[in-house]
Design a protein around this ligand. Structure first.
Ligand SMILES: [Zn+2]
Length: 167
């Protein structure tokens, strides 16, 4: 079984210090406010800034967070509307290559993030209300609240990566 969440990253996360005890509602609020947080973080930057230890540049991290939110929002909607709860994992690195993350313009990536965060917030709020539980191919049962915390962590963790790049 694939390790995920606090067992993988530590509680708090050993790198970004994310506190996994946040409530599902706090996770939703965090993602709702994410576009503004990221816009502040990259204000005045080009997006192609990189770090010797990291394969992705600033705009690529924005695109990854966007696609991660889209993927999970879509899976939760699918499970809630059809009761087919089995979901596959996805290969984030393969997706990065397919979409050429490092060549996406920062303005475009931020625009996508706004749409993804809004759609995710709607999907997640309904999934939490519904008590949706996914059966993930690699991770086993994933309650809506587990997904909310995981996705909030992904966003905070990569904000930390962006900060490292821009430091
Ligand atoms: Zn982290």
């Amino acid at each position: 079984m694939e390790l995920w969440g606090a067992r993988l990253y530590g509680d708090p996360c050993r790198q970004c210090e994310f506190d996994w005890s946040l409530s599902p509602d706090d996770a939703v609020a965090l993602v709702r406010d994410l576009p503004a947080r990221y816009e502040r973080l990259v204000e005045g930057r080009r997006g192609d800034e990189g770090h010797p230890d990291l394969a992705w540049n600033v705009a690529a991290y924005v695109s990854h967070v966007t696609d991660n939110l889209r993927n999970w929002a879509e899976r939760l909607v699918g499970a809630r509307l059809t009761d087919v709860r089995s979901v596959p994992g996805y290969d984030a690195d393969l997706l990065a290559r397919a979409r050429s993350y490092n060549e996406i313009s920062l303005a475009g990536a931020l625009w996508s993030l706004r749409g993804a965060a809004e759609a995710w917030t709607e999907s997640m709020s309904l999934a939490l209300e519904d008590g949706t539980v996914l059966e993930h191919a690699g991770r086993g049962p994933q309650r809506a609240e587990d997904v909310a915390r995981n996705n909030a962590h992904d966003a905070v963790h990569h904000a930390w990566d962006i900060q490292r790049i821009l430091a």
